[in-house]
Design a protein around this ligand. Structure first.
Ligand code: ATP
Ligand code: MG
Ligand code: MG
Ligand code: MG
Length: 564
């Protein structure tokens, strides 16, 4: 690529609403442009990087035996009604109508569509196991789109779905995908951790998230220094009463009649709760009730009202709730529900002496539990949402450290939830109809680009890992007008490098060296080669690795060896 014929548009200014470094640098480098809240155009430069990520993801999915396909982004309401998610998915679901007033959504995820495909396509156990994937645009109407493409409303996801006759098959595939994810993030040059995770609105049993570690991460990851244990602190598993899950949590019977489950409060408020452990209800003695229904890890303030007979009950906006609580905007963002409750209790509704976290299981709750006192094996038990650095690891091995993470991937064992709800069956080897077990596996392709910058930047800009850089090398021409031989030599080198399979751009824009180098550093190209009159006379090229402190003068052979 000749940069004179490319569209490179860097800038020194960044809008004030860019909070994190990746957002700032993506704007400064001209990788993305904002269209509207949570909607971004990928410029030609940005798209080159996005495609690199996509390619690695695609190669590893193919290598893991997944088969690529492409499903529609727009999905009919009827499918979502079959699984009950038309209502349950909550405000993130963008609902749209066509000219005949028929309802659709813009897909935030594709369990319904793939299960519909499977029930039509899969007839026999002989077609299983099978794993389909796509790389496709999703839309989620996030409450707080922010950090550029990190939490956008429209974003690019790789989503894969596997179908199995039995749970052992699902287990095996889950492991295969888990390993493939490790390879993807390693190849992309990212520092990451796989952690136990909540299954959220997608549902299911086992689940792991992959996090890129970065201080700007919205999630807090607890990990042990004495074992492999690592978990997202938002972890809250859907458990049967008395059952203990990965984080060692157990459901408890309510102890006093003043405690209410979410369902009680929901019934009083006349609202619908999600069938996950993520709904929170607070009941105050003087009748205030605040139900925070969590669609995902954000705390979504949905309803606020007077419990007292509920005569005055009404909906409240997020702004009103914040004002009521005396909290700063942003408070209701990426924080755990329990912490939110603590702050609420301390800050404002002083009368709210008694509160409980409902567990969506009538008569049971998860909070107000004294873990040491209530549970016989304290070494296996932790309320992972409230851990602080230095707490013992739930597996009893080592102590926990806390790091911030950006969720870039998520694997779930869905089990038969979707297949059952949608009547998807195959004939097993005895000719009986069997409901397949499913897995689903997501990667935030566009989010990875931002997450990588969080880990790879310096004062001058982005320092891409090789696998993600828009080009591996740039040949910079100094003053070609003065001496045509310089331009010719640069051109020859540019062609030679590309011919050798080293993806190289030629900076022939005719900028002064300072401005040219600043751009190339900002956009983060790993290798820079300068062709100048002086170098030409000495028979050398000035070479600089993006992270090196100084350039070096290298002969042609040495240069090729360095770039090869
Ligand atoms: P988050 O907790 O960050 O909201 P999620 O758990 O809701 O993510 P999943 O349903 O697990 O997301 O989707 C799979 C992947 O899609 C996530 O791991 C993440 O990398 C990516 N993703 C989810 N929401 C967004 C978004 N708003 N913008 C960009 N990428 C996203
Ligand atoms: Mg989410
Ligand atoms: Mg999440
Ligand atoms: Mg997730």
């Amino acid at each position: 690529m000749r940069l004179s014929q490319f569209h490179l548009h860097t800038s020194k200014e960044v809008p004030a609403d860019a909070e994190v470094i990746s957002h700032k640098l993506m704007l400064k480098a001209g990788m993305i442009r904002k269209l509207a809240s949570g909607l971004y155009t990928w410029t030609p430069l940005g798209l080159r990087v996005l495609r690199k990520v996509e390619r690695v993801v695609r190669e590893e999915m193919d290598a893991a035996g997944a088969i690529e396909m492409l499903m529609p982004a727009v999905q009919p309401k009827e499918l979502w009604e079959e699984t009950g998610r038309w209502e349950k998915f909550g405000g993130q679901l963008l609902k749209i109508q066509d000219r005949k007033q028929a309802w659709y959504c813009y897909g935030p995820t594709h369990e319904e569509v793939i299960t519909d495909f499977a029930r039509n396509e899969l007839a026999s156990y002989k077609q299983l196991p099978v794993c389909f994937y796509q790389i496709q645009t999703k839309f989620r109407d996030e409450i707080r789109p922010r950090f550029g493409v990190m939490r956008a409303r429209e974003f690019l996801m790789k989503d894969a779905y596997s179908f199995h006759l039995d749970d052992e098959g699902l287990d095996r595939q889950y492991r295969v995908m888990y390993d493939a994810y490790g390879r993807i993030f390693s190849r992309l040059g990212l520092q990451f951790r796989a952690v136990f995770a909540d299954t959220g609105a997608i549902g299911g049993s086992a689940s792991h998230e992959f996090h890129v570690l970065a201080d700007s991460g919205e999630d807090a990851i607890a990990f042990s220094n004495g074992s492999d244990y690592a978990a997202n602190t938002e972890l809250a598993e859907a458990l049967a009463p008395g059952e203990r899950g990965a984080a060692g949590k157990t459901l408890h019977k309510l102890e006093t009649p003043s405690q209410k489950t979410c369902e009680d409060v929901a019934a009083l408020l006349g609202i619908e709760l999600q069938r996950t452990v993520k709904s929170v209800a607070i009941v105050g003695e003087q009748g205030f009730a605040l139900a925070l229904v969590r669609g995902d890890h954000q705390v979504n303030p949905i309803k606020l009202g007077k419990l007292d007979g509920l005569a005055d009950y009404r909906l409240a906006s997020e702004a009103e709730i914040l004002e009521h609580l005396g909290c700063e905007p942003g408070f209701l963002g990426p924080i755990g529900a329990k912490r939110a409750i603590r702050v609420i209790a301390d800050r404002s509704v002083a009368a709210m002496a008694d509160f409980v976290i409902g567990a969506n299981e009538r008569g049971f709750h998860l909070a107000g539990v004294n873990w040491g006192r209530d549970l016989p094996e304290p070494d296996l038990v932790a309320d992972i949402r409230n851990v602080v650095a230095g707490d013992p690891s739930p597996d009893g091995r080592g102590t926990l450290g806390i790091a911030r993470g950006i969720e870039v991937g998520h694997v779930f064992q869905l089990g038969r939830k979707y297949a059952q709800a949608m009547g998807c069956t195959v004939l097993d080897d005895s000719g009986k109809a069997a409901t397949p077990s499913m897995g689903c596996y997501g990667i935030g392709v566009s989010r990875i680009v931002a997450a990588a910058i969080e880990q790879n930047h310096d004062d001058n800009g982005i320092t891409w890992p090789e696998a993600m850089a828009p080009w591996r090398a740039v040949v910079c021409v100094i003053n070609p007008k003065k001496d045509p031989a310089v331009g010719e030599a640069a051109d020859a080198l540019y062609r030679e490098l590309n011919a050798a399979g080293i993806e190289t751009a030629l900076d022939d824009r005719g900028l002064r060296p300072g401005a040219m180098f600043a751009d190339i550093e900002l956009i983060g190209v790993p290798h820079r080669v300068v062709v100048s009159e002086r170098g030409l006379a000495a028979g050398t090229f000035e070479y600089r690795q993006r992270r090196a402190s100084e350039p070096e003068n290298l002969g042609r052979a040495e240069l090729m060896a360095r770039l090869g």
